[in-house]
Design a protein around this ligand. Structure first.
Ligand SMILES: [Zn+2]
Length: 128
């Protein structure tokens, strides 16, 4: 195995909804030439990161991804028709932006990118 390629790793904070997994993974791998994507899920991840006071469990997983697995980028995903965070698109995008800002306080040096999965299950960059 190519050692160098095996080190390209990112962290994806996604919803647990099965419909968004492959579109997001495929998009990230294609756009960023990534080999491995560490995925942390919650029902309505963008809503949890934007509104839930205690996110220690999520931070614990992010720390392992960054410190042990050497991830150098974080993606935060919100999506159309989310049952875990059933708000309109505009509110999702606010939540995604808020989530990015929140995690930037903990990891100011990492690139943190907000993604939106639209009603065609296509991935769009929505906050950076
Ligand atoms: Zn969802």
């Amino acid at each position: 195995m190519d050692e160098k390629a095996a080190n390209t790793r990112v962290t994806c904070l996604n919803c647990m909804d099965g419909r968004v997994q492959l579109p997001v993974l495929n998009w990230i791998r294609k756009q960023y030439k990534i080999d491995h994507v560490d995925v942390i899920t919650e029902a309505g991840m963008d809503g949890v990161l934007a509104s839930q006071e205690n996110i220690d469990d999520i931070k614990r997983s992010i720390k392992i991804s960054i410190n042990k697995n050497k991830s150098n980028r974080i993606f935060i995903v919100g999506h159309h028709d989310c049952k875990g965070n059933s708000v309109d698109k505009k509110t999702h995008q606010k939540h995604i932006a808020k989530s990015v800002e929140r995690l930037k306080k903990y990891w100011p040096k990492l690139e943190i990118i907000g993604l939106w999965v639209n009603d065609q299950w296509q991935v769009e960059v929505c906050f950076k």
